[in-house]
Design a protein around this ligand. Sequence first.
Ligand SMILES: [Zn+2]
Length: 185
Amino acid sequence: MRRRVDADNARRVDADKPRRVDADEKLSPVPVPGRILNEIRTHALESRPEECCGLIIGDENERFVRVERCRNEMTQKHTENPQLYPRDGTAAFFMSPSDVLRVEKELRDTAERVSAVYHSHVGAGAYLSEMDLEYAEHAFFPFPDAHQIVIEVYGNEDAVGRIGIFRRDGVGRPFQGCLVRPVDR
Ligand SMILES: [Zn+2]
């Protein structure tokens, strides 16, 4: 029985620790067109002190073709219902459902699809937080095949830090994170 108790304790310790996936700097970085990185960096800077969020659209030839900014409605949600939404837009994002719907409508009957979802962390690193994981792994998340991208932003002027990209082998598989590398295409 003793072993059983130890295993239960270990599980409890694990469950208390918030899950998070970091960008592993030892893995080789994922190439992403520099213009796409510039666009999401700019969005992250313009949105400070709030987090930005948006979608990256790709087609069958190129995963990263263009960026669709979405509004972060978390401050509004927080103001309306702080119990349900304890954080505001400076510490979390709630991607505008009407913006997502608009993009989904645009893509209908085209060869394009949402290939990545991005958001920024203001004053925090390029990792997937517990909340980000809950969002990305949620049964109703509309883009389960999409990569997740996190841009770290700080308070000073040249404020954009690392950009992490998080991928998984399939729905239900764990996310693995690494950094991005700008390429010219
Ligand atoms: Zn996040």
